[in-house]
Design a protein around this ligand. Structure first.
Ligand code: NAI
Length: 343
């Protein structure tokens, strides 16, 4: 443990702790395995908002039957390149992964795979799904719904979720490009962090109950979209693709993550997978993406920067560092993971 109260845990051990805890509280093994993978994907890259900090929440929802633990998952191919994947309100990490496998298969056979995921729980750091597709040579995009906590541009009441967007592309050499973002300036977790440290926040992150920008984390009533009307437009796009298009609750009707942990969330996600071989010379495409990265790296960094990174590169560096140091986990969370406490 270090001075900040962090325990550094080897990746394989942490994955094992996640999986065991999920199984112990009642999640079937196959679902626990995939969920543990996703939590490790996040924590190992420094995306700590979607790693071990969520474990107690997932465990509580499992115990309170806020997930369907015996789901009847069903893929229905609706067209040559499209289909819907019914998640039956199982844990989202597992459902969205299985649906991505269907989208990849469609793209392999027809050039494009579009799969709408209907009725699932929270699916975590969604870059995981597109990275998986890119590792199989596919370009992929995924978007998903999240609970309403963001004011529309110019409004005073929360309407959309932090509706994330993730995109990945393979390249001739090196890891895939992985762009993965919430459509808000900052995640809700950052407000909670500021509250716990009694620190002010920049006035660009969130608004108070009157819709006015606030620097007081205790006054925060809703988050702000990234880049004003542009982020607002993006979160609306996400909600249309991952919600309305699939016949699911939309906007402010999307269920809350924390309100009633015994209720199914009925969330949606939308995967788009593109097979580069159907759009031109695949080898040339892969080379061009690699050349693009090289050219970006060659750009002289601005004063406050050490270099130009491609999306996902900083997370890869964190992953390398954690492979040496172990993954930092808050002592309280580590104690929980090794305990018999269910949540
Ligand atoms: P972030 O702001 O840390 O990063 C966003 C993107 O910018 C990443 O692709 C990152 O690689 C890139 N980036 C950051 N700094 C960079 C730099 N200096 N140069 C080049 N690229 C750079 O991510 P954010 O928005 O905080 O999201 C964190 C996670 O939360 C994501 O995994 C997202 O999927 C997840 N999320 C999940 C939700 C859900 O309901 N399932 C809701 C909201 C977010």
């Amino acid at each position: 443990m270090d001075a900040e109260g962090l325990v550094y845990v080897e990746q394989g051990k942490l994955r094992h702790l996640f999986k065991e805890k999920l199984i112990n509280v009642g999640l079937p093994e196959i679902q626990a395995d995939k969920t543990a993978d996703l939590l490790i994907f996040a924590d190992a890259r420094g995306i700590h908002s979607h790693g071990s900090v969520r474990m107690q929440y997932y465990a509580e929802r499992i115990v309170k039957k806020g997930y369907n633990l015996q789901p009847k998952l069903k893929f229905t191919q609706q067209g040559p390149s499209s289909g819907t994947y019914f998640g039956d309100n199982a844990i989202g990490h597992y459902v969205a992964f299985e649906a991505m496998e269907e989208a990849i298969a469609l793209a392999q056979s027809s050039g494009i795979g579009m799969v709408g995921v209907q009725e699932m729980g929270h699916s975590g750091a969604i870059g995981y799904f597109v990275e998986h597709a890119a590792q199989q040579g596919m370009v992929a995009l995924t978007v998903c719904q999240s609970d309403p906590m963001v004011v529309p541009f110019g409004g005073t009441e929360p309407y959309f979720g932090t509706n994330p967007i993730a995109f990945a592309s393979p390249r001739a050499s090196g890891n895939p490009i992985l762009f993965d973002m919430a459509t808000t300036v900052q995640a809700w977790g950052k407000i909670l962090d500021a509250r716990s440290k009694q620190k002010n926040i920049p006035d660009t992150w969130a608004v108070d109950a009157q819709g006015e920008p606030t620097t007081d984390p205790f006054e925060v009533a809703a988050l702000l979209p990234v880049a004003g009307p542009k982020g607002y437009g993006l979160m609306m796009m996400v909600d249309i693709l991952a919600g309305s298009l699939l016949g699911l609750p939309f906007g402010k009707h999307v269920t809350s993550m924390y309100e009633d942990l015994s209720q199914y969330r009925r969330l949606g996600q939308f995967h788009i997978v593109i097979n580069p071989a159907y759009f031109g010379d695949e080898a040339q495409f892969l080379r061009q993406v690699s050349d693009m990265v090289d050219e970006l790296h060659d750009i002289e960094p601005a004063k406050a920067f050490d270099q130009v990174y491609y999306p996902g590169e900083i997370q890869e560096e964190v992953k390398k560092n954690y492979a040496e140091s172990g993954i930092p986990v808050a002592r309280s969370i580590y104690d929980y993971l090794i305990s018999d406490i269910s949540y």
